[in-house]
Design a protein around this ligand. Structure first.
Ligand code: F6P
Length: 323
């Protein structure tokens, strides 16, 4: 292996740039050449490939987003699209690939690696923290901090007006951001897809919040098209409990931006360097994960489409600490 290609795919996440930097510089340090593929898998299909040098990644560790750009690519979902992508890789002289992305992106990498002879190493880049075999993903900590700052601000106004707030956070189909966001902000409840919470249970939690001296209540709701998210929930609660002066805030894509936290920069740097180590060891079709602060190799098949279980102790903690 002489030349390593690198791309970011799917939803961006703070720390992706730190990972790009670590992959590039570790590769160059070990004598590889590096090529950047723009706009994720789309750039592979449309052949947007550029030479990368040490200076290509200068001054980016602190930047949110991804300098390589990213996309959600339909073409790569077809056999023909992936064939075109492989031909472009070969023509560019790329003989190993590092993919930074979430569940969809690593699922794509898994299929691509089964169809074509190219070693691929994945890095978990997503704010959702919904990949198997890893305690954390790059971008998750920063997004959690963004949620915390926003909810702290909402608490001020919720408290002044003695209101109930439903705050919707991202997470795709996982409740990590909602649950840990609730713990970090002392919210009264977290509504997560992993657990069914009925409206009357919720009303009980809310009234507990109102019994406290703060006289406000905040419910963090994980996005969930099935239930209508925070908007849907607020409608139902308002109908049954009109005594609450309820408001809804949807944090949206704000959660995906911003300068990465120290934790995400360090995680991305360690994982990026490890990706090159993996390639040198002859590993292929693995994601770099972190378990108990040790970096590990996780086969793609275990990393993706994995319903990582939610820790029930955390769910209880929200309840106990908000009483
Ligand atoms: O996977 C990251 C994520 O931000 C999810 O939390 C969210 O469901 C989705 O991406 C939003 O995607 P888009 O940026 O395409 O609207």
């Amino acid at each position: 292996i002489k030349c390593i290609g690198i791309l970011t795919s799917g939803g961006d996440a703070p720390g992706m740039n730190a990972a790009i930097r670590a992959v590039t510089r570790t590769a160059i340090y070990n004598g590889f050449t590096v090529k950047g593929i723009l706009r994720g898998y789309r750039g592979l299909v449309t052949n947007e490939i550029v030479d990368f040098h040490s200076s290509s990644v200068s001054n980016i560790i602190q930047l949110g987003g991804t300098i390589l750009k990213t996309a959600r690519c339909e073409e790569f979902k077809s056999v023909e699209g992936r064939q075109q992508a492989y031909e472009n890789l070969k023509a560019a002289g790329i003989d190993a690939l590092v993919v930074i992305g979430g569940d969809g992106s690593l699922s794509g990498a898994n299929i691509f690696a089964q169809e074509h002879d190219i070693p691929i190493v994945g890095l978990p880049g997503t704010i959702d923290n919904d990949l198997g075999g890893t305690d954390a993903t790059i971008g998750y900590d920063t997004a959690l901090n963004t949620i915390m700052e926003a909810v702290d601000k909402l608490r001020d106004t919720a408290s002044s007006h003695e209101r109930l707030f439903f705050v919707e956070v991202m997470g795709h189909t996982a409740g990590y951001l909602a649950l840990n966001g609730a713990i970090a902000t002392g919210s009264e409840a977290a509504i997560i897809p992993e657990m069914d919470t009925e409206v009357d249970q919720l009303a009980e939690l809310i009234s507990q919040g109102f019994r406290k001296s703060k006289n406000s209540a905040i419910v963090i709701v994980a996005e969930n098209p099935r239930t209508g998210g925070a908007m849907g929930l607020a409608e139902r609660v308002k109908k049954e409990f009109p005594q609450y002066d309820a408001r809804v805030t949807i944090l949206g894509h704000i959660q995906r931006g911003g300068s990465p936290s120290a934790q995400d920069r360090i995680l991305a740097s360690r994982m990026g360097a490890m990706a090159i180590q993996a390639i040198m060891e002859g590993q292929r079709n693995v994601m770099i994960g972190i378990q108990n602060n040790e970096l590990v190799y996780v086969p793609f098949s275990r990393a993706v489409r994995h319903n990582k279980s939610i820790n029930r102790d955390y769910v209880n903690l929200v309840k106990i600490l908000s009483m």
